[in-house]
Design a binder for this molecule. Sequence first.
Ligand SMILES: [Zn+2]
Length: 360
Amino acid sequence: MSPPRRWIGHWAVLGCVACGDAERPRYVTEHLDVELYDGEVLCDGSLEIMDAQVERVSAFLGIDPPPQISVFYGHSAVKDGCGGTWGGCARASGVYATSASIFHELVHAVRHSQGKPGSVGSWLFEEGLAEVLSGFRWHLQSELALPSTLERGPAMLAALPRGEGKFVPEDYPTAGHFMSWLRTTYGDAALVAFLNDPRYLGGDAYEEAFAAHFGLSIAEADSAWRSAAATEYLWSEPCDPARALPWTGSTLEFSDTVDCEAPHTTGPAGEIDAVTLRSHCFTLAQPKMVRAEFEAGGGRLRLMPVDCVDTGELAPEYYDYKRLKGGETQELPLAACTWEVQVDGIAGLTLDFMLRLTQL
Ligand SMILES: [Zn+2]
C-alpha cells in the first residue's frame, strides 16, 4: 500500500528561496513539500519513494516521522542552497538535493528533527549514517575504504568540532565505511541506542556514549576497524515487499502500465527522459532456464539480480542482468536470486505490457 498523499496541484505559484519569485512545480506528499527547480519533473513513483525514505529512516531510528520537510530539488537549488561543489545539503530551511543526493539528505533531515539542525551529533557518525541509509531503491551505496593506510581515521574525525570546512569530501568514504563496520559488527540495536543517546545527540559526552553502547573506546574501535579486512559494503534495497511478484506453479505473469503518474513509475531520467517501473521483484529458489515473453508495443525490460545464492558452480551468465525489447521472447539462464523487473517507457507516454516467465 502506498501512503496517502495530499496534492495541491503541480503548478502552484510560490515564492522562491534564492532567485526571486517564480512559478515552480510543487508537490506535497505526506512527509514532504517538494519544489522543483530547473524545469525538473518528478514521476509519482519517485515522490512515493522519497516519502518512503522518510518513513524508513524514522522507523530505523524508532522515532515518529518529522513534520513536513521542505525539499528544493534540482541542480540550481543545490548550487544556491549549499554553495561550493556539494551535491546536496540539509539546512534548517530544508533539504537541497537532486536524485543522486536526496536519500542521503533526507537522513539528515530526519536526524535534525531530533535536535537543532546543524547541531545533532557529530560529522563522522551523521555522515556515516546518511551514507549507509542512502542505499535505497534507485540508489546503490557502496562503501569502500583502505582503513590500514588512512591518516584521517574515525578517532580523529569523531573529535572534529562541528562547523563548516572541517569535514572534507575525502572523509565521506571513511565515515560510510566505519559506520558500515559498526552496523555489521555490533548490530542495529546498539547502533541506534548510541545514535539516540542524549550524550551523543547533544555532542557533550559522545565518547562516554560510544563506550556505553559498543563496549570499547573510539580509539580502540579505530584500531579494530583498521585491522579488519578492507571489506566492501553494499547497501541497497531496490525491492518493495508490497510489490513482490508471486509464481503460480512454474509460471509468473505480470501485466501493468508504465506511467509517470502511477505511484510505481520513477524518473524521468537520462537523455531520452526514460520513465521506469521499479520495485517489483520475484524470487527464484533454484537456478533455471526461463522463457521470458515481453509483450509490449515498445519499451525495454531488464531483469536485475538483487540477492543471489552463489554456489560458484554456475556460468557467469546466470548472474548477468537480462534485457528484452518490447515484443521479444528469450530463453534465459537465471541464477537462484531475487530479481527486480524494471520496465522503461518514455515520459509523457504510457506503456502497457505483459511479462510472462515460464520455468523450463
Ligand atoms: Zn551529508
